[in-house]
Design a protein. Structure first.
Length: 344
C-alpha cells in the first residue's frame, strides 16, 4: 500500500478522548498537564463535540499521528489557529506522516491562517520548503533600576548603566476586571483584519476565564481617556522575587509609544525585577519608544522564559505561519503561556 492508503484523517471527537490520552502518554509525556486534568484539556481543545486534534488513523483503527490546534475564532471556517502537540508514531509506515498532517490541517478545514509558535529549529527548513514564513520572537524588557540585587534575571550591570529616561506621552494604564468592563471601552472587533485575529469569545475565555492562570488586562488610555489598545499581563513569582510578563497586545502599536512612564510606575510600585515582552511584528523603534530594551543587545544578560520548572537561561522561540506580513505573535499565542502543572 502507498503511504496515503495506510491512514485516513479526521478531527477527533469526545469519543476519542481515551485513545488520545493513551497516545500522548506513550508517545509524548505521561506527566503532561493535559493528562493530569480533563477540564484543562477540554478548556484548550474542546469545540462542541469535537476535540481540536487532527488524527491519522491506521488500518487497525489506531492513532498513528496527531496535530492539535488552538482555535481563535468561534468556528473552523476563516478562523486563525495555532498548532500544538504535533507527533507521529515511529515506524508508522509513512515517513512523511507528520508533514501530511500539517498539509491536511492547512488545506482541509477552511482556516484563514495556520501558525506554530515554539517550533523546533530543525523543522524550520521544512516549513520554508513548503513556502511558509518562519521567524523568531524578539525578547524585550524594562529593568527595575531601583533594585540592587536580582534573583530571576542575571548579569544586569551593563543594562542598569545604559538605562535611559523614557518619554511621557500622558498615557495611562487602566485595568479591566471583566470582559464586560473591557468592552465598555474597547472593541476587539475593530481589529478583525489583524493577523492573527482574536475573537471576543477567545479573549473572554483566554484572559478572563482561564482555569489556572490569572491575567490582568490593561487598557492604554490616551489623554482623552479613550482605549484603542490593550496589553495582557501575567505576574510570575520565583526565588522570592516577581516579574511582570506582557503576554499579548491587541491594538495599534503606535499606542505603545510614550507608555514607558506608566510601565515604570507599574514596575516600581509592585517591586518587579523587570517587565518583559516577547513579540514579533512590532518594530524596534516602537518598542524603544515604549521604554523597552532588546535582550539581544546585551551579550551576557539573562531574562528567563521558563518558570515551570524555572530555568535561568535565555530561550529562542521560533515560529512558522501561512500568513504574510503584517503578522503578530506574542507569548500567549499557541500554548507558549500554558501551565505545566495544575498547582501553577
Amino acid at each position: 500500500m502507498t503511504p496515503n492508503e495506510l491512514h485516513y484523517f479526521r478531527i477527533a471527537t469526545v469519543d476519542d478522548r481515551q485513545a488520545l490520552r493513551t497516545f500522548l502518554a506513550e508517545q509524548w509525556n505521561p506527566e503532561h498537564i493535559y493528562l493530569k486534568s480533563d477540564p484543562f484539556f477540554d478548556y484548550d481543545f474542546r469545540y462542541e463535540d469535537n476535540l481540536n486534534f487532527l488524527l491519522a488513523i491506521n488500518q487497525d483503527g489506531q492513532i498513528d499521528g496527531i496535530l492539535g490546534f488552538i482555535l481563535y475564532g468561534q468556528e473552523y471556517k476563516n478562523s486563525d489557529v495555532f498548532t500544538v502537540l504535533w507527533k507521529a508514531r515511529p515506524k508508522n509506515g509513512d515517513p512523511m506522516l507528520g508533514m501530511t498532517l500539517l498539509e491536511k490541517l492547512i488545506s482541509g478545514f477552511g482556516f484563514r491562517i495556520v501558525s506554530t509558535v515554539g517550533a523546533n529549529a530543525k523543522t524550520l527548513p521544512l516549513y520554508e520548503f513548503m513556502g511558509y514564513k518562519t521567524g523568531q520572537l524578539q525578547h524585550y524588557f524594562i529593568l527595575n533600576d531601583q533594585l540592587t540585587a536580582f534573583t530571576i534575571c542575571s548579569n544586569t550591570q551593563k543594562v542598569k548603566a545604559d538605562n535611559t529616561s523614557i518619554p511621557d506621552a500622558g498615557k495611562q494604564l487602566v485595568a479591566f476586571e471583566s470582559y464586560n468592563k473591557l468592552t465598555a471601552y474597547f472593541n476587539p472587533e475593530k481589529y478583525k483584519e489583524r493577523i492573527p485575529y482574536k475573537s471576543p469569545q477567545y479573549i473572554d475565555k483566554r484572559y478572563f476565564n482561564h482555569p489556572i492562570y490569572v491575567y490582568k488586562v490593561l487598557g492604554i488610555a490616551d489623554v482623552r481617556g479613550e482605549v484603542n489598545s490593550i496589553l495582557v499581563t501575567r505576574e510570575v513569582a520565583q526565588n522570592g522575587a516577581k516579574v511582570l510578563r506582557v503576554v499579548d497586545f491587541i491594538g495599534n502599536e503606535a499606542d505603545l509609544a510614550g507608555l514607558g512612564t506608566s510601565l515604570k510606575a507599574l514596575l516600581y510600585g509592585n517591586g518587579y525585577e523587570y517587565i518583559d515582552f516577547l513579540q514579533y511584528g512590532i518594530d524596534h523603534d516602537t518598542m524603544k519608544a515604549a521604554g523597552f530594551q532588546l535582550r539581544d543587545d546585551y551579550e551576557d544578560l539573562i531574562i528567563p522564559n521558563y518558570f515551570e520548572p524555572f530555568s535561568q537561561t535565555n530561550i529562542k522561540i521560533n515560529f512558522f505561519t501561512t500568513a504574510s506580513e503584517p503578522y503578530y505573535i506574542f507569548k500567549a499565542d499557541g500554548d507558549q503561556d500554558r501551565p505545566s502543572r495544575i498547582n501553577a
